[in-house]
Design a protein around this ligand. Structure first.
Ligand SMILES: *Cc1c(COP(=O)(O)O)cnc(C)c1O
Length: 422
């Protein structure tokens, strides 16, 4: 047993080991309450949350509109399965279609899942179906041979440095080969190319096996690396020329975090498939895969399913989230507060560069400063951020963050960073 895990803050007294699997490091802090940008630990210690549970709680903790929707729905109807229609799923899908169209209907359809990885699994399965895997034969039978034996076009090409999830398929889509080794063999049909390199992508996209390109608009876990419009426009053109789907993973960037409803809105393209999750439920687990209707039509009943996805509780919460994000004009807030935070971070001792969009930011630290050590000191000083790389802090506060809270967080970071040698 790892002794660190026995000592973890959530190991119940008297137990010689933590009852949770050691997939995460041993946490030293337990939060018991939150409100807006603030969190409190069991001793009453107050923290500013500039991580938002990994870009999830965009409306802040315990948002009254979400609490109200959850409480009402919990007392009304939590779950019935997708064998039956429910009150909230279709209106939520309609709202997402409108936001994907940046205010006008985008003409797509939505599958609701429970997480970002599951939203991407749906996208990958849809790409394979659209690419012709298990082609329907003349007599309507399924599972007949497509152009590549049993397989149609099925390969998904993604970028090095990407992150698409932790299930076996989305792990393989994730362009971090070092993370693959412990879990081989991974599902086939994935290929990685250098980020922002159109020629590498063109070389990888043979039109007989490749079904889709899957990219983030800003690589989040990979270090907060925004795509460029030149790159996305070139990818769109390449996909159109070769009949390949362009799928954009907006799990971390979606729903206004970057200052537009979706990150691809900055980049001059319209994708064929969009996945989202993190901010959609403000912490209630829900993911979504949107696809243009003619692409979604590749699915037929029985091709994909979920027991919980989009159930009344999650969908009611997400409807409240989307309504509230629209009411506060969340993209404008992310832009304004992001500009304020970016300007302040650039002035900090030990920060050599700030990158990102809106309120998804990374502060690159001077050589020799260990981001993990800064994160630990910031936590001790009452500020939650994380290390998105060994040398960079990620900041993703709620989109509702107040000017005074930004100033307070920057003051804490100034004190913390001034302890590190310049
Ligand atoms: C977090 C994340 C995922 C995975 O989401 P889970 O809900 O953890 O499965 C996928 N893609 C991106 C871009 C993410 O940031």
């Amino acid at each position: 047993m790892n002794p660190a895990h026995a000592a973890a803050v959530h190991a119940p007294p008297g137990l010689d080991r933590c009852p949770l699997m050691p997939t995460y490091g041993a946490p030293t802090t337990m939060f018991v309450r939150g409100a807006g940008t603030e969190l409190w630990d069991a001793e009453g210690g107050r923290y500013l949350d500039f991580l938002s549970g990994l870009a999830v709680t965009s409306l802040g903790h315990a948002h009254p509109a979400v609490t109200e929707a959850l409480s009402r729905q919990a007392a009304t109807l939590v779950h019935t399965s997708n064998l039956f229609a429910t009150e909230h799923a279709a209106p939520l899908a309609t709202a997402l279609d409108r936001l994907i169209g940046d205010g006008a209907p985008a003409g797509g359809q939505v599958f609701f899942a429970n997480s970002g990885a599951e939203a991407n699994e749906c996208a990958i399965k849809l790409a394979r179906r659209f690419g012709g895997s298990g082609l329907r034969g003349l007599n309507g039978q399924r599972g007949l041979r497509g152009p590549n034996g049993m397989r149609g076009r099925h390969t998904v090409v993604s970028a090095l440095g990407s992150f698409h999830g932790r299930t076996l398929a989305t792990l393989h889509a994730t362009g971090q080969p070092a993370r693959h080794e412990a879990f081989q063999p991974l599902p086939e049909g994935f290929r990685h190319v250098a980020w922002l390199d159109v020629d590498a992508l063109a070389a990888a996209c043979d039109p007989t096996t490749v079904a889709a390109v899957l990219l983030e608009s800003v690589q989040g876990e990979g270090g907060v690396n925004p795509a460029t419009a030149d790159y996305f426009v070139a990818v769109r053109r390449l996909c159109d020329e070769r009949g390949i789907l362009f799928m954009v993973d907006e799990v971390q960037t979606g729903l206004a975090r970057t200052g537009r409803w979706f990150g691809f809105h900055h980049l001059g393209v319209v994708p064929d498939v969009v996945t989202l999750a993190k901010a959609l439920g403000n912490g209630v687990p829900i993911g979504a895969c949107w696809a243009r209707a003619d692409v979604a039509a590749a699915f037929e009943p029985g091709d994909h399913a979920t027991t919980f996805g989009g159930n009344p509780l999650a969908a009611a919460a997400a409807r409240a989230v989307v309504g509230e994000l629209e009411r506060i004009d969340a993209p404008a807030r992310a832009t304004a507060q992001g500009a304020r935070l970016t300007a302040a971070l650039r002035e900090l001792p030990g920060v050599i560069a700030v990158r990102g969009l809106g309120l998804l930011l990374a502060a690159e630290l001077a050589p020799g400063i260990d981001a993990k050590a800064v994160v630990a000191d910031a936590l001790a000083a009452g500020l939650v951020v994380n290390a998105v790389s060994p040398s960079a802090l990620r900041l993703a506060p709620p989109l509702t963050v107040a000017d005074a809270e930004i100033d307070e967080a920057v003051a804490i970071l100034t004190t913390v960073l001034s302890e590190f040698p310049a």
